[in-house]
Design a protein around this ligand. Structure first.
Ligand code: ZN
Length: 371
């Protein structure tokens, strides 16, 4: 498959997107003149330490990959005016991926439920299966061969399911490749080395060259490795994780593997929900503002957000351009200038970066740090 967006092209689009994101999330930057072709959207929802990924085809067909960890994913879908979920996928039987699934089943009447037959069960998972049965939803499972599922004009390919790992449920994660024209995304749950090695061996063409790679296992060290990145060659990576997670995600080794390959990373803990859109030829990305979680609904969560903001400050000496572009008012050009100005001895050094005025510095000060 061709690689549709050059890095320069991406920067142009993302710069516009970042500016838009700073003023109004969910409005996707677009050329004012050309009529837009039908678009696919992939939203990596900001749900804290877990996964929930909403896919909408140009025809309005929807798939939800995971719905965890809390119970608020159904409410998020309502906010986004999603009425029905055509395909509901549980990548593996862990609560940070199925936490909100019962509510989704109740409120969004999924037509098909895809989950593995792994023998790993929890009371919560067994209850979920009962909900699926009670609602009369058609349940399907991945098999030893790849399976294509049409979502309007987009195609989800379920990767061949690795033999069951009875020791580690993460390795029973379902892998999915999403294709729409030249745009593709790889979503592999919390898969670890053995599952990824299986896919590299049994279906190399299905994991090769993707536009967007969702880092497996929330950016953990066991969710990414050099061979995987060299095969998948993503143009951009995205990680779904909570700012105050107890696991040290994302792992510095993962960040360094991406950095060495110059793969930009967007993290939901830093920039909130990450939304990709594509017309099949080009693609855009927008982010919610840092620290503003779509999932924030309770006082406890607000407290968490305050802590998250404090610990999620970007280090001016190490942040990637993509991360810097998640900051309000920072375009691709300014992000590049910030990187070129290194090293910083204090945040005040930002004054010497063209494009950041006194006002910009005041807005950035609580979000950045020099370590
Ligand atoms: Zn997980």
């Amino acid at each position: 498959m061709s690689r549709p967006a050059s890095p320069a092209g991406w920067h142009r689009r993302a710069a516009a997107a970042a500016i838009v994101a700073a003023s109004a999330a969910w409005i996707v930057a677009s050329a004012a003149s050309a009529p837009r072709k039908p678009e696919l959207s992939v939203e990596v929802l900001d749900v804290g330490q877990g996964d929930a990924i909403l896919i909408r085809s140009p025809e309005g067909k929807t798939a939800l990959i995971d719905a965890g960890p809390g119970k608020h994913v159904a409410a998020l879908l309502k906010q986004k005016r999603v009425t029905t979920v055509d395909l509901l996928v549980l990548t593996h039987h862990h609560a940070d991926h199925y936490g909100g699934m019962a509510e989704v089943i109740k409120d969004h009447a999924p037509r098909v439920f895809l989950a593995s037959s792994s023998s790993h069960t929890t009371p919560g998972y067994l209850k979920l299966l009962q909900h699926v049965r009670d609602a009369g939803i058609r349940a399907i499972q991945p098999g030893p061969a790849a399976r294509r599922i049409g979502l309007g004009s987009a195609v989800l390919t379920v990767l061949p399911q690795p033999p069951e790992d009875t020791q580690d449920e993460n390795d029973n994660s379902i892998g999915i490749r999403l294709d729409y024209g030249d745009f593709s995304a790889l979503l592999t749950g919390d898969s670890q080395g053995p599952a990824r090695a299986y896919w590299l061996r049994t279906c190399p063409a299905l994991v090769r060259d993707c536009t967007v790679l969702k880092l497996a296992h929330h950016g953990s060290r066991n969710g990414t490795d050099a061979r995987w990145l060299d095969a998948t060659r993503p143009e951009m990576a995205v990680a779904s994780l909570g700012a105050t997670n107890d696991y040290g995600h994302p792992h510095p080794e993962t960040l360094s593997l991406l950095g060495r390959r110059k793969v930009p990373l967007l993290r939901t803990d830093l920039v909130g929900t990450v939304s990709f859109v594509s017309d099949g030829a080009t693609w855009d990305v927008t982010t919610a503002r840092p620290g503003r979680s779509e999932a924030a609904s309770s006082r406890g969560r607000d407290r968490d957000d305050a802590t998250a903001r404090a610990s999620a400050r970007l280090d001016l000496n190490t942040a990637t351009e993509a991360e810097l572009m998640g900051l309000p008012g920072v375009s691709a050009t300014v992000a590049r200038r910030v990187v070129e100005r290194r090293p910083y001895r204090s945040v005040d050094d930002l004054r010497s970066v063209r494009g950041i005025g006194a006002e910009g510095l005041a807005e950035l000060r609580p979000r950045v740090v020099v370590r």
